[in-house]
Write a protein that binds this ligand. Structure first.
Ligand SMILES: NC(=O)c1ccc[n+]([C@@H]2O[C@H](COP(=O)([O-])OP(=O)(O)OC[C@H]3O[C@@H](n4cnc5c(N)ncnc54)[C@H](O)[C@@H]3O)[C@@H](O)[C@H]2O)c1
Length: 256
């Protein structure tokens, strides 16, 4: 049974994995045996994470790539370098993302675009580049990190909500075109997870008590809560799961 979830010998690129959710997903895949390519934009922070992962998993299994996921040519160059120097990517986790909180009437077009580019266009750019090799090889797993905002809106995060909703449909579009070539593309939609991105919300007493009351599980999610579903979607255990978005939200999206 455990062989179903064994990722030994599989190479995984996790975008935005120098911290937060991405870092924990990268560790979960490495714990399941994968060779991991850590990724970030901040070279210094990335190097610190690489050092820590290398101490845990050994040199051979930990690599890194530093590039902006919204920059088309940087993405193409980086994916090509990874595949030439390290080897074919078997698992891609499109995790890099940003938030920007401002009422819709005050939202600047440039900020709208930045949020869409980082949360949605990036998954297209990195996904397309990586899928070229996966389609040729006839195998691959892509996991797009969505959000409860894939399904639910909330004031002040309109661009993020639009991007994450789009990401679910991009997951379906990728499935429509690549599933027949042996790829499985799915989404993970975390609820409210305590990370650096949400620290300010955890510290906000009013917001924090709203979360606790609004979540059937009555707690914030932890990055560890995402590990099992990520390993499952990266493994042979999900070979006939196609185009789904799995909500990991303590029940928030199914209870009013
Ligand atoms: N924290 C939550 O509660 C929560 C809930 C649902 C979904 N998510 C999603 O999970 C993902 C990770 O969130 P997090 O909370 O760990 O955030 P985080 O800010 O801690 O990490 C985001 C990562 O993305 C990277 N990144 C951002 N823009 C980039 C760019 N242009 N190029 C390269 N890298 C870039 C950052 O460097 C960082 O490493 C995001 O897609 C986010 O939308 C988070």
């Amino acid at each position: 049974m455990s062989q179903l979830f064994d990722l030994t010998g599989r190479r995984a690129l996790v975008t935005g994995s120098s911290r937060g959710i991405g870092r924990e997903l990268a560790a979960a895949l490495a714990d399941a045996g994968a060779t991991v390519i850590l990724h970030g934009r901040d070279a210094q922070r990335l190097a610190a994470t690489v050092e820590e992962f290398t101490a845990r998993y050994g040199h051979e299994r930990i690599h890194s790539a530093c590039f902006d996921v919204t920059d088309e040519s940087a993405v193409a160059e980086a994916v090509s370098r990874i595949e030439t120097e390290i080897g074919p990517i078997r698992i891609l986790v499109n995790n890099a993302g940003i938030q920007h909180r401002v009422p819709l009437l005050d939202l600047e077009a440039a900020d709208w675009q930045r949020v869409i580019d980082t949360n949605l266009t990036s998954a297209f750019l990195v996904g397309r580049e990586v899928a070229r090799g996966m389609v040729e090889r006839g195998t691959g797993k892509i996991i797009n990190i969505c959000s409860v905002q894939t399904d639910l809106a909330r004031p002040t995060i309109s661009a993020y909500t639009a991007a994450k909703g789009g990401l679910r449909n991009l997951t379906r579009a990728m499935t429509a075109e690549w599933a027949a070539s042996g790829l499985q593309i799915n989404g993970i939609a975390p609820g409210y997870i305590h990370t650096e991105m949400t620290q300010n919300l955890v510290d906000d007493q009013q917001f924090n008590s709203w979360i606790l009351g609004r979540t059937p599980a009555a707690r914030w999610g932890t990055v560890a809560d995402l590990a099992g579903p990520a390993v499952w979607l990266a493994s042979d255990g999900s070979d006939y799961v196609n185009g789904q978005t799995i909500f990991i939200d303590g029940g928030m999206s199914v209870v009013v």
